[in-house]
Design a protein around this ligand. Structure first.
Ligand code: SF4
Length: 144
């Protein structure tokens, strides 16, 4: 049976980004080599689209899941619980489908794998969903 993989929904062309746009990556299907399950953790965590851009204040997704850091949007609203809820929802799908690999969008406070954004700059670190997926033992690859 073909492998099922989780993919950030915006990468497959769904308009789930904070600004209401997608981040379509050409050639994605060949790269992932499996059946994609497109998911947007921020929508699954109850946030609307479009929505104000959000950033992890200090540290990265690992610090958020260990309650050492918050995620705050551009309007000053604390959206930490939304991102945690979305990450848990993604992991539930992964468990249910037996997913072992995920392909996530870099620079997002949820999906970033090696880079997230802070103060309009890229900084090293992972997003909240990536941190939770890794804790679950799922291999996560970052794509732009
Ligand atoms: S949370 Fe992830 S899937 Fe959703 S728009 Fe942001 S990068 Fe894409």
């Amino acid at each position: 049976m073909a492998e099922v993989v989780i993919v950030s929904a915006c990468l497959v062309g769904l308009c789930t980004r904070y600004d209401g746009r997608s981040a379509l990556r050409e050639g994605l299907m060949e790269e992932i080599g499996g059946i994609p399950i497109p998911l947007c953790p921020e929508q699954m965590g109850g946030l609307p689209t479009p929505r104000p851009c959000a950033e992890i204040e200090d540290g990265d997704g690992r610090d958020v899941i260990e309650h050492r850091a918050r995620v705050v949007d551009r309007e000053g609203r604390d959206v930490t619980e939304n991102l945690l809820r979305g990450a848990e929802a993604v992991v539930k799908v992964a468990r249910f489908l037996g997913v072992r690999r995920a392909f996530m969008k870099e620079k997002s406070p949820s999906c970033g794998v090696t880079r997230i954004c802070r103060n309009n700059s890229e900084v090293p670190g992972s997003g909240v969903t990536t941190a939770v997926l890794r804790k679950e033992g799922i291999e996560v690859r970052g794509l732009d």
